[in-house]
Design a protein around this ligand. Structure first.
Ligand SMILES: NC(=O)c1ccc[n+]([C@@H]2O[C@H](COP(=O)([O-])OP(=O)(O)OC[C@H]3O[C@@H](n4cnc5c(N)ncnc54)[C@H](OP(=O)(O)O)[C@@H]3O)[C@@H](O)[C@H]2O)c1
Length: 333
């Protein structure tokens, strides 16, 4: 094999919003494979909001990143060398490749993709972690009933777009919250939500009240902060919240103080916080549904693809500031 590896590593802990100077881009030697490993040339890298909290030196559900460590992340690519029969040369696989041109995977942490399921990049989105997250949070935890009102925040994004479309499939009235008119138009016209409210509009709270005349039975929460508080003002008795993400707080040094404790108590709201990494067993259940719904055109998805591994830091910042439109990916080469 010729050529080396290029990696993006964390150079320093971000102070507030991530900046390009928080990363180092370095050339490294290709790894030598041990028995049971395969070397993968990365085609697509997934950029996900969870990577931002991992850059902070704080207690979490996984060890925080250390200075100089490779940025973590799922990727899709081609096996170019293998010492694992289940991952043969030429196979297209998804696994934890990290922000680099070449990564090593094993049978335990990679899956060989079936081309009949959809394009390989979808294995990082609707037919991968973000799709499974939407399915789990909505159906396993919040369990919406037909006719109930479901609100989804970050509704045009990778997780939110799928959560809302599943809620429509289940017969719910679905309201999205997204940033800007273009995203809201997409959420209603392309994804089929019943309405979408722009959280940047000056009359956001009034628009949300108009869109939720029967209050909110289920909130699929991706954002936190003032958007979360606005939905709590509209929460129904015995509502369920799938607490999936808190992206508005990932880059702030002064966390927002939630004001809606009264609403949570008065309306006897159940909050189900979850991290999909705890639920590997659930993937087959979710993918069985999602692959059918995608094939039937009942779930649509959009990708925002940035070109070149070296563009990853900028693309990551774009996503964290809401300038992505769809599942954020990097086309590595
Ligand atoms: N619990 C889990 O296991 C799990 C797994 C995957 C993802 N997540 C969480 O799910 C959420 C969505 O992730 P994703 O991958 O689907 O990303 P995404 O929605 O495709 O992209 C992030 C979006 O967040 C919104 N956003 C960013 N800053 C915001 C702010 N200050 N206020 C309001 N909205 C803001 C932006 O949308 P707008 O322009 O519409 O505001 C942005 O496009 C994240 O919070 C993530 O951490 C959790």
């Amino acid at each position: 094999m010729s050529g080396g590896n290029v990696q993006v590593r964390m150079k320093r802990h971000p102070q507030g919003m991530v900046s390009p100077g928080d990363f180092d881009i370095v050339e490294a030697a290709l790894p030598t494979l041990a028995e049971g490993e395969a070397l993968v040339r990365s085609r697509y890298l997934s950029l996900d909001p969870y990577m931002r909290p991992r850059m902070d030196p704080l207690r979490s559900y996984v060890e925080p990143l250390k200075l100089g460590e490779l940025m973590p992340g799922a990727g899709v690519g081609e096996v170019v060398e293998s010492r694992e029969p289940a991952l043969p040369r030429g196979a297209i696989v998804a696994g934890p490749l990290g922000w680099q041109t070449h990564g090593v995977v094993t049978r335990a942490n990679a899956r060989v993709l079936d081309p009949a399921m959809g394009p390989p990049s979808a294995a990082l989105g609707v037919l991968g972690m973000t799709g499974v997250t939407a399915h789990y949070g909505l159906l396993k935890l919040a369990d919406p009933k037909p006719g109930e009102t479901v609100v989804v925040t970050a509704a045009s994004g990778a997780v939110g777009s799928v959560a809302g479309q599943i809620a429509k499939i289940k017969g719910c009235r679905v309201i999205g919250i997204a940033g800007g008119a273009d995203k809201c138009r997409y959420v209603v016209d392309e994804l089929g939500f019943d309405a979408c409210v722009d959280h940047r509009a000056p009359d956001f709270e009034q628009q949300l009240a108009q869109a939720t005349p029967d209050y909110v039975d289920v909130l699929f929460e991706n954002v936190g902060g003032p958007v979360f508080d606005a939905v709590l003002q509209r929460i129904a008795d015995h509502a369920r919240i799938a607490l999936c993400g808190n992206i508005s707080q990932y880059n702030t040094k002064e966390p927002y103080g939630v004001k809606g404790m009264r609403q949570l108590l008065m309306h006897r709201v159940a909050i189900h916080a979850f991290v999909i990494a705890d639920h590997r067993d659930y993937w087959p259940t979710a993918l069985a549904d999602l692959s059918v719904w995608v094939r039937e055109g009942r779930i649509r998805f959009k990708e925002d693809i940035s070109v070149g591994l070296r563009s990853a830091p900028d693309a990551f910042i774009r996503m964290l500031t809401g300038r992505n439109f769809g599942k954020q990916l990097v086309q590595v080469e």
